[in-house]
Write a new protein. Structure first.
Length: 207
């Protein structure tokens, strides 16, 4: 955990406000499925085989349950992406509600491996700034009472698909709320490895 980055960002928030994230495009039509699990709520779009929005609260910032041997599983009755969509390409099985935030025990951790919680995410994003921001969330949860997270998955009006049929997101917006403050980050779904996660923070001045 980069505590220096955490302290700097908290100081920035004292003099800045965050712009409101935009929702997914109007071209995405109903029906969509709103599903609430024990650890997250998700709006899922079966036509795209991808989540549109997801909400969670960091539960176990100190958890250390092992994810060894775990892989994503499909959900009966919902058409999601599957393993074939992520084979032989640059797209990771990107957790939206991160495994690290729910590593309380094996049973809770396993619940993050639902394909309802999985998006096609470029490996350079998933293993770079996105992962580091998840570590920041857990750091916040160690020093504040509650950390709530809202993720919006963005798509182009004419998005591309992988051969398996799932649609590739164009980006991700993440809102992190704690102690009455909301931080909003906007990430393109491309190789941003090596970039600092703080550069994706959206700031606006007070009116």
């Amino acid at each position: 955990m980069k505590w220096k980055s955490l302290l700097v960002l908290l100081l920035v928030c004292l003099s800045s406000t965050i712009s409101k994230a935009q929702t997914w495009g109007e071209w995405i039509q109903v029906p969509v499925d709103t599903i609430k699990t024990d650890i997250f709520k998700v709006i899922y779009y079966e036509d795209y085989e991808q989540p549109l929005e997801l909400w969670y609260t960091v539960k176990c910032p100190m958890g250390d349950a092992s994810r060894s041997g775990m892989d994503f599983y499909t959900v009966p009755g919902i058409r999601t992406s599957n393993n074939a969509d992520y084979e032989n390409n640059v797209w990771d099985k990107g957790h939206l509600a991160p495994a690290g935030a729910f590593a309380c025990d094996k049973e809770t951790l396993k619940k993050t491996f639902s394909y309802l919680n999985c998006a096609l995410q470029h490996e350079g994003l998933n293993r770079g700034p996105w992962k580091e921001l998840e570590e920041f969330e857990r750091g916040l949860a160690k020093i504040t009472d509650r950390v709530d997270v809202h993720i919006i998955v963005c798509f182009d009006e004419e998005p591309k698909k992988v051969p398996g049929g799932a649609v590739i997101p164009s980006g991700f917006t993440k809102e992190i709320t704690f102690n009455g403050t909301t931080l909003t980050f906007s990430f393109p779904n491309k190789d941003v490895s090596g970039q600092d996660w703080g550069t994706f923070l959206i700031l606006t001045e007070y009116d």
